[in-house]
Design a protein around this ligand. Structure first.
Ligand code: HEM
Ligand SMILES: [Cu+2]
Length: 550
């Protein structure tokens, strides 16, 4: 068991995450009904206000707070309890991140910031919204440095040893996050804040978008890597085996540091102002991410096969039946992984220059990220939630909770399948994303979109409602295991943190030499970004003043 005070810290992070999840999923439900022409908002509430809240609260706030709760728990478990300084800075980080969150959310709720979570210029929100975002990022940096400090103390005490895999992966994720945030911090501090407060009149739009996507793409890996950590380090323990290969796991994380940052232009393929050569180069670098992704898929299935065969599974696929399907901690994560197969394939489509022309800015994209972050990541976090909260509170995770957990993940999977499939299809037909109901004045081509079995209003409404129901079941489980379930007394009722063993004998030491990887990462970033960013600054068109379209 980890120290009580470390547990409190983690619980506060997870608590804030689920508060954001509650409000965010409610917004999602409203969006589905508005897009379906089944709900009209009162005049004081705007579709874009809700959509901004949904994107920010789920994609940024829920994920980030949950991830830090997970990191804190795992770092305390694998490296020992936090010292006083690490503890203090973790709280300061939590406080600053929370203040930023509250400020940004207040601006969205008061209608001052309906600029969506990508806050593209020249849409202009209140300056305080950007201050909120800046505080949020700085807060995560403070929390990150606290964890790095904890890791450095451990390394000093264990000279010459490789750190435990969980700690290594945490630090890799943090290294990537800190480098990625440089882009968003630069644009928010030097472009948006002076512009939004009126200190300067105009903004360089292309530069701001490029700096945003310098951050925005690795942001998706900031969500994904903690899920991968669960897949690499927790799942093998749940199914009764060891980590498949320690060095493969570490190498794949290192590759993610290298290839997740110099690729942001793949979100800007349709934008003028960036020449094709740089778009091409970044698309090539984007495709490099397929390597560590397939390495991860390979080692997951190798782990499953090894565990299944150890338990007597025979034949080509007999081992599949031997996996612990009745354990919701495992099944949730397996379902999450299964969703990532079409999710990852869709990502290859999005990043392909020509195919991007068809799907860009359509509902296809919305379908895509609900089967990447919205399910593989979110459902892995759900699976973690089932045991991490009981672990932290010392309460029981009863049989009836286990059953509810199953209902929750099954309903989420069905709801997402319905919603995201219809979004993918509608997008291919041409329906735009980020719009309230749009029938283009009842134009026959637009009306036809809603004729399909999966794309008609009824199916979509059912999908959205099932999802929201699922979210509420999860909130119930969270509240119960946090505050109300009976405390565990008997030995067998205690829930543990299932960290798998990982053999490090054959792992090369250089994998943990961070300076090598940070160095290569910066070289790649300079190759991919230095010349085009420089051109955007020195050959900038006249800047834009701000627009408030809502
Ligand atoms: C109850 C579950 C959910 C429902 C019903 C739902 C529904 C929706 C809908 C209908 C949209 C499209 C709006 C539009 O383009 O006009 C949307 C956008 C979005 N959703 Fe969800 N969603 C849910 C859960 C999630 C989760 C768990 C995440 C991430 C962790 C997420 C992240 C996003 C993001 C980032 C957007 C894009 C916002 C933007 O375009 O600015 N959603 N959601
Ligand atoms: Cu991307």
């Amino acid at each position: 068991m980890i120290a009580i005070r470390d547990r409190k810290l983690a619980l506060w992070n997870i608590g804030v995450a689920y508060l954001a999840f509650l409000i965010g999923t409610l917004c999602g439900l409203l969006q589905v009904f508005i897009r379906n022409d089944a709900l009209t908002l009162p005049s004081w509430l705007d579709y874009y206000q809700i959509l901004t809240a949904h994107g920010v609260l789920l994609a940024l706030i829920f994920t980030t707070f949950f991830i830090f709760g997970f990191f804190i728990t795992g770092m305390s478990k694998s490296l020992g309890s936090f010292g006083p300084k690490v503890y203090l800075f973790s709280w300061i980080g939590f406080a600053v991140t929370t203040v930023g969150t509250v400020l940004a959310t207040a601006m969205i709720v008061s209608g001052e910031a309906s600029v969506l979570y990508t806050f593209y210029a020249p849409l202009k929100a209140s300056g305080w919204y950007y201050v909120g975002l800046a505080l949020f990022v700085v807060g995560t940096w403070i929390s990150s440095f606290a964890l790095v400090g904890h890791y450095m103390v451990w390394r000093k005490k264990h000279k010459g040893q490789l750190s435990p895999l969980f700690a290594f992966m945490t630090i890799a994720t943090i290294v990537m996050w800190i480098i990625a945030c440089l882009g968003v911090v630069a644009t928010v501090l030097f472009q948006f804040i002076p512009w939004a407060f009126g200190w300067v009149d105009t903004i360089n739009v292309e530069l701001s978008r490029s700096l945003f996507w310098f951050f925005g793409h690795p942001l998706v890996y900031f969500w994904l890597l903690p899920a991968y950590m669960a897949w690499y380090v927790i799942v093998p323990k749940l199914i009764g085996t060891k980590v498949f290969s320690d060095s493969l796991a570490r190498l794949s994380f290192v590759l993610f540091i290298l290839f997740s940052i110099p690729v942001g232009f793949h979100h800007q393929l349709t934008e003028p102002g960036i020449s094709n050569f740089w778009k091409f180069l970044q698309v090539v670098l984007t495709f490099m991410v397929i390597i560590p992704s397939l390495m991860t898929a390979f080692s997951m299935f190798a782990t499953f096969e090894i565990a299944g065969r150890k338990k007597g599974g025979k034949g080509l696929f007999g081992w599949l039946t031997k996996l612990p399907w009745k354990d919701v901690r495992f099944t949730s994560i397996f379902v999450a992984m299964a969703f990532f197969i079409p999710g990852g394939a869709g990502g290859i489509i999005n990043a392909s220059f020509q195919l991007n022309e068809i799907v860009h800015n359509t509902l296809w994209i919305v379908g895509h990220f609900h089967i990447t972050v919205g399910t593989p990541v979110a459902m892995t976090f759900m699976g973690l939630t089932f045991w991490i909260i009981p672990y932290l509170t010392g309460r029981k995770f009863s049989k009836s909770m286990q059953k509810l957990g199953f209902i929750q993940i099954i309903t989420w999977a069905i709801g997402m399948l319905l919603m995201s499939t219809s979004q993918h299809i509608l997008g291919l037909l041409g329906a735009p994303r980020r719009t309230a109901y749009s029938g283009y004045n009842n134009h026959p081509s637009a009306m036809e979109w809603f004729d399909g079995i999966l794309t008609n209003h009824v199916t979509m409404a059912i999908g959205g409602s099932i999802l929201f129901l699922s979210a509420m079941i999860l909130i119930y489980i969270v509240v119960m295991t946090m505050f109300l379930s009976p405390k565990a007394v008997k030995e067998e009722d205690f829930v543990d943190f299932p960290l798998a063993e990982s053999d490090v004998e054959n792992t090369p030491k250089f994998l943990e030499n961070w300076w090598i990887w940070i160095g290569i990462a910066f070289v790649l970033i300079i190759i991919a970004y230095a010349i085009p960013l420089n051109a955007m600054i020195h050959h900038a068109p006249p800047g834009s003043e701000g627009f408030k379209t809502w």
